[in-house]
Design a protein around this ligand. Structure first.
Ligand code: ASP
Length: 317
């Protein structure tokens, strides 16, 4: 058995290549890192890697993580500036006994010392979004805006090993130095090859309140199916936030267990995810929640075409 599941349609091309590699016997770790790096490299995805949207200071600060479900080793970077593939740095950090989570200048210095390539990650297109947003909010003042989305990818290989990796530019217009859930173990990602893995996307400040990914894996270990674990965690967290905090942000998750069974849950209108396993051909699904349960169906050609047009549409400044 092998399998791979990822948040958002943007993961499709990377997942497609890694699904083929997993089927041919590639290890889960390399498969998820390569799939995430493909998303980081694509300039039209404005919430991950090159082309990601900047902070309120106009800089692109990137967060990424990697976890090996066999050893529980993990590495993460936060607020990393101008390094080509944050996920590869996180993967390299996971091999360090100490100092496996680095942020800001320290993360950048370490990456450069290890030979990772420097690259200006702010594109002209991202600056157009930034200038537009600055003008739109002139009267109200800047605030983090829901122009975000994290790629999180889980892999299961033919040798029963699992890994997970995440990468994001975080919330558009975030404060310099802000971290979301994506580089935080247990919140944005968790992986244990004996059970399964989960990864999250949405408002990091809220996802962290539920230690969301760890909680999903814990429920799978207790016997829930991936779908039950995903739905119950998202629903309960949303209810709790509403009753105790007064509001709940976007919360979406995907998960997979060690048998390649998967689940997805969301509290937003449209959450897309990509999955392929030995028994499930590569598919982009569109998930929505109807009465406490997430339902999903494959997207159609029209949806795919509208998506392709949307991400490349000119930005009216
Ligand atoms: N969870 C990410 C963050 O808070 C953003 C997202 O996934 O949409 O940084």
């Amino acid at each position: 058995m092998w399998g791979i599941i990822a948040t958002w349609r943007m993961a499709l091309e990377g997942v497609a290549a890694s699904a083929t590699a997993l089927a041919a016997g590639k290890a889960a770790a390399g498969a998820v890192v390569d799939a995430v790096a493909a998303v980081e490299d694509f300039p039209f995805y404005k919430s991950v890697g090159y082309g990601g949207l900047p902070t309120e200071n106009g800089e692109v600060e990137l967060d990424a993580a990697f976890m090996d479900g066999d050893t529980l080793a993990f590495g993460a970077v936060g607020n990393l500036v101008d390094i080509a593939n944050p996920v590869r740095v996180a993967h390299a950090l996971s091999r360090q006994r100490y100092n496996s989570v680095l942020v800001g200048q320290g993360a950048r210095e370490w990456a450069l010392s290890q030979g990772f390539a420097a690259k200006a990650m702010l594109t002209e297109r991202a600056m157009q979004h930034y200038r537009k947003r600055c003008r739109e909010t002139l009267d109200k003042g800047l605030s983090p805006y829901d122009g975000h989305d994290t790629v999180g990818i889980i892999g299961l290989d033919c040798h029963h090993s699992m890994s997970v990796a995440t990468s994001t530019s975080g919330l558009f217009m975030k404060k310099r130095g802000r971290l979301g859930d994506s580089p935080i173990i247990g919140s944005g990602f968790y992986c244990d090859s004996e059970t399964g893995a989960a990864t999250a996307t949405g408002v990091g400040e809220d996802l962290m309140k539920g230690c969301t990914s760890y909680e999903i894996v814990r429920r799978m270990a207790q016997g829930m199916t991936p779908q039950q674990a995903a739905d119950s965690v998202v629903c309960e967290l949303e209810d709790k936030l509403m009753s105790r905090f007064g509001r709940a942000g976007d919360l979406s998750v995907v998960c997979m267990n060690r048998n390649g069974e998967f689940g997805a849950a969301t509290n937003i209108k449209t959450f897309s995810f990509v999955v392929a396993t030995a028994s499930q051909p590569l598919t982009v699904f569109r998930a929505e929640r109807i009465r406490e349960k997430t339902h999903y169906q494959p997207v159609d050609d029209e949806w795919m075409q509208a998506y392709a047009a949307r991400i490349r549409a000119p930005i009216e400044e």
